[in-house]
Design a protein around this ligand. Structure first.
Ligand SMILES: [Fe+2]
Length: 392
């Protein structure tokens, strides 16, 4: 029975074509979203990769008109969005085709949204302003992810860096959910082991943080648990052998599932991660991976029962029935196996920025969902523990 709220709004991901080779149906996919002249949005790094050249070569064989916009930064900015909107309007496009990792997909969502607005993009971040958004003319979005982890292809959130405040701002609006996603695991085969681990840890963070949110949402919880089970088996396999298509497929499914689960909420890992990567330009998933065990430790009293259940689902070795210790040990071992830094010091955080990071993290909407209520002082202590590597 619902315990915390009487009224829940549950939404689920969008139309997804999943499987090896589905990205070949480009023309049909554009037709499906009703676009004959999409703007292709990708990031700077992707634009020079053979995978992107193959994709463009394939686009040329179709009857679809398109133009490319490939200036997106790894942590996409408000300026990226603005220039993207200008490009969209100049080309009189009728849709957006996002090809790439989470940065490209998030930027594409923001460009689609903003192309229909008259007020500035960042004015729509505040929850009370979202209903003022013009939604009728937001163009349809087709998402083709080339990494597995962010789940941006299956969420209605977009994270954009506001340059003036150095804060990552989150636009959450149902209208930016991709109309269709082509999820083709073969597109991730040449992702490096380092990037495979960092992006997969984003999916781990989505699933774990969502599962730990106190709200009643058994569908999200079930999806989160199954995603973690897939990630437990697949991450190491894909890290060790990038050509393992089954592992790549499981990671891509878990990525979508993590995004479905985090409609329930996230927590301090994401709140701190947004604040940190806005300041030091660190990779989102990598930053989450560093923070996650410290946040779990911080939330231990509130999540102990859930960790016992998770340890059973993951069939972890539970000495003395201590599920929390088993989950923590699994996470730390996995993080070590994929050579992810263990402290914020190793990630490059400067503790002189800790005040500003703690202040920004507290303002992040994800902070509200953390199982343990947060204060600036608590976030500062968490940062210090993660900087020093203290998990006791
Ligand atoms: Fe994330």
């Amino acid at each position: 029975m619902p315990s915390s709220k009487d009224h829940q709004i549950w939404k689920y991901p969008t139309k997804i074509h999943f499987g090896v080779g589905v990205s070949a149906s480009l023309e049909a996919a554009c037709r499906d979203i009703g676009s004959v002249n999409p703007l292709i949005v990708t990031d700077q790094a992707m634009a020079s990769r053979p995978l992107y050249h193959q994709f463009i070569k394939h686009m040329r064989t179709t009857d679809v008109n398109y133009r490319e916009f490939n200036a997106i930064k790894p942590n996409p900015t408000g300026e990226n969005v603005q220039i993207g909107v200008e490009s969209f309007q100049a080309g009189q496009h009728d849709g957006i085709l996002a090809f790439g990792g989470g940065s490209a997909l998030d930027a594409a969502k923001a460009i689609a949204f903003q192309s229909a607005q008259q007020d500035p993009f960042f004015s729509f971040i505040a929850r009370e302003n979202r209903q003022k958004a013009l939604t009728e003319t937001v163009p349809p979005l087709l998402a083709i992810p080339t990494t597995a982890g962010t789940g941006a292809e299956a969420s209605y959130a977009s994270v954009i860096l506001e340059e003036e405040t150095k804060r990552k701002r989150i636009l959450a609006h149902p209208v930016i959910m991709p109309r269709l996603a082509l999820c083709d695991p073969s597109l991730t085969l040449d992702v490096s082991p380092e990037m495979t681990a960092a992006t997969a840890f984003d999916a781990i963070a989505h699933s774990l943080e969502a599962y730990c949110v106190a709200d009643f949402h058994p569908m999200a919880d079930g999806i989160a648990l199954q995603a973690l089970l897939l990630l437990k088996e697949a991450l190491l396999l894909a890290y060790q052998d990038g050509q393992n298509l089954q592992a790549r497929s499981d990671l891509m499914a878990a990525s979508i599932m993590g995004a479905a689960a985090f409609q329930k909420g996230l927590g301090a890992t994401h709140a701190l991660s947004h604040a940190i990567s806005a300041r030091i330009d660190s990779h989102h998933g990598l930053t989450n991976a560093v923070l996650l065990p410290y946040v779990l430790r911080f939330n231990k009293a509130q999540i102990a029962d859930k960790m016992t259940h998770l340890a059973q689902v993951l069939a972890l070795d539970c000495q003395d029935g201590d599920g929390f210790a088993a989950v923590q040990s699994w996470l730390l071992g996995l993080r070590r196996a994929v050579k992810i830094p263990e402290t914020l010091a190793a990630l490059g955080v400067d503790m002189r920025q800790a005040d500003a990071i703690a202040q920004d993290a507290l303002k992040d909407p994800m902070a509200e969902d953390n199982p343990t209520p947060l204060t600036e002082a608590k976030l500062w202590a968490l940062l210090e523990a993660a900087y020093d590597g203290r998990l006791g």
